[in-house]
Design a protein around this ligand. Structure first.
Ligand code: C2O
Length: 552
């Protein structure tokens, strides 16, 4: 195993998109940021220096961080932010994970532009459990705001309204040639006839689940969230923010140009919706396009467009999600020690007092909020939760996050808005080292039902089942896949539905679980699991590193 050393400098860099240049927060002046490539078993050492005017942290999304919770990254959960002028070195080892993950800023909305791929090749000497690809390409799906994303979220927080939606979806930072001023940068993905290539697709969008498809080509899914899957073939992928999917694609079509395209999947009802599509181009090498034009004789070869599902095509999304299996029988805990039921959803709160003169700009003068089990999560600001937990420092969080919602009702029915105004707090839920945990994640229809990509830090979990309506413990447990369920770090909980996950709490630390729509984190759709140390050194977290950022 190798140690890879990298330097990340967070800095403002002019970036031109959609015909305008904006000073954009980047890593090393690159947008998207650098791709990190390692082998399973290697160690990453990344020194992050903050030369921007915002606080920042970096999260290594999906990395298990076994006993290295200090390097996980969510601000105020595992560390205080790196202040302008400061630096912090993240150090961790990849243990047993192979495939595609990514890294992103975990402060405010900085991850809109501060993100990149983290590719984990098989252990040195090992090979992929599928046909060796001839070529590989990484496709980071993202969103671009024509303006400063931090200002967008700040404005929303000030007014209680929903933040502006982005102005473009992007592939590797490029909107693609269907948007204005964007054809020059459109990403080209080369392929040769007969070749089988690996595409690593990452949904790095801030607030948008996305469909992804390639014209005329089938995609064979082989891995997701850095866990191999039983291969299956599909025309369309759906990825919630945070999720990754690796697919094989074979050059079996007439040599030409084909669009790779992503468009929104948005299940919320009555939503104003901007139906735009981002594109890259799959280009057969044999047609010999040069960089400025691609012609056959005198005619320009226009890429073929795939048929993407309608934005509200829940059936396609759910059929896709249900196709995932682990490649073989896995060890799912059959007994459980913690049986948790968490509702997830939006809410509307009264305008705070200082707003009284001007009403809030959410529905009927309210402000948007979101919660799990009726608790809207508030980040501390004086110390990280992990430090307070490890060093027994009171006053930073409480450990009374409820195991169940305060009352049961028809979560997916027509719920009156007055029924549920969440309380707020910095609450964690304690787990004993080694305990076997089941969480039922139940979407609610308060304000609106919506797909919530729920991400757990520090763990991968098995998805035993998902479905629509209210979870029914009597009948739905019969649907549990205890044989070969997929292993993920982010589950797209269906709108008006539920998902059940299981994991063993074998990684001590403070681990955030939250919706990966960033706007929902702002509104409080998050909680923290506090996992205690087990017996002896190998089950315990070490003290924080010397350069660990503190709050004051
Ligand atoms: Cu990818 Cu807490 O996030």
């Amino acid at each position: 195993p190798k140690a890879h050393h990298h330097e990340f400098v967070i800095q403002a860099t002019p970036v031109k998109r959609l015909c305008k240049t904006h000073n954009t927060i980047t890593v090393n002046g690159q947008f998207p940021g650098p791709t990190l490539e390692v082998n399973n078993g290697d160690t990453l050492v990344v020194k992050v220096t903050n030369k921007a005017r915002y606080n920042v942290t970096i999260h290594w999304h999906g990395i298990r961080q076994m006993r290295t919770g200090w390097a996980d990254g969510p601000e105020f959960v595992t560390q205080c932010p790196i202040r302008p002028g400061g630096s912090y070195t993240y150090r961790f080892t990849i243990q047993g994970q192979e495939g595609t993950l990514w890294w992103h800023a975990h402060s405010s909305w900085l991850r809109a532009t501060v993100y990149g791929a983290l590719i984990i090749h098989p252990k040195q000497g090992d090979s992929y459990p599928f046909t060796k690809p001839n070529r590989q390409a990484t496709l980071l799906l993202g969103e671009w705001w024509d303006g400063n994303p931090i200002d967008v979220v700040r404005r929303a927080t000030r007014t209680g309204a929903a933040p502006n939606v982005s102005n473009a979806y992007t592939i590797n930072g490029q909107p693609g040639d269907l948007y204005s001023c964007s054809s020059k940068g459109t990403v080209i993905v080369p392929i040769d006839s007969g070749e089988t290539n690996l595409l690593r697709v990452i949904n790095a969008a801030l607030n948008q689940p996305l469909f992804f498809s390639v014209a005329n080509h089938k995609l064979t899914v082989v891995s997701a969230d850095a866990s191999y899957t039983k291969p299956f073939t599909t025309k369309v992928l759906m990825l919630g923010p945070g999720q990754t999917t690796d697919v094989l694609i074979t050059g079996d079509q007439p040599p030409s140009r084909y669009y790779l395209a992503a468009s929104a999947y948005f299940s919320a009802q009555n939503a104003a919706f901007d139906n735009t599509t981002t594109t890259a181009i799959l280009e057969y090498k044999s047609i010999r396009c040069n960089t400025t034009s691609c012609k056959k004789g005198k005619t320009v070869i226009k890429p073929t467009m795939p048929k993407l599902p309608a934005f509200n095509d829940t059936n396609t999304a759910s059929a896709f999600t249900k196709s995932f299996r682990s490649p073989r029988k896995v060890e799912v805990p059959t007994e459980i020690d913690e049986n948790l039921f968490f509702t997830i959803g939006l809410g509307l709160n009264k305008c705070p007092k200082h707003f009284r003169s001007r009403r809030c700009q959410g529905p009927n003068g309210t402000r948007f909020t979101a919660s799990m089990n009726n608790v809207s999560f508030v980040l501390p600001n004086n110390m990280s939760i992990l430090q307070a937990y490890q060093q027994n420092i009171p006053g930073v969080y409480t450990s009374d996050f409820p195991a169940n919602p305060p009352r049961k009702f028809d979560y997916t029915g027509n719920v009156s808005r007055s029924l549920w105004q969440p309380s707020s707090g910095t609450k964690g839920y304690k787990l004993k080292y080694g305990s076997r945990v089941q969480v039922v994640l139940q979407d609610t229809s308060i304000v609106t039902p919506e797909d919530h990509p729920i991400h757990l830090h520090g763990y991968d979990f098995y998805i035993l089942a998902e479905g629509f309506g209210n979870f029914n413990p009597k009948t739905d447990t019969k649907m549990f896949n205890l044989v070969d369920p997929p292993l993920r770090n982010t589950v797209a909980v269906p709108a008006n539905g539920w998902a059940v996950i299981r994991f063993v709490a074998d990684n001590p630390g403070a681990w955030m679980m939250h919706c990966h729509l960033d706007v929902h984190i702002n509104w409080g759709l998050a909680m923290v699991f506090l996992v205690d140390n087990g017996v002896g050194e190998l089950q315990s977290i070490e003290p924080p590193p010397a350069d660990y950022p503190l709050c004051s």
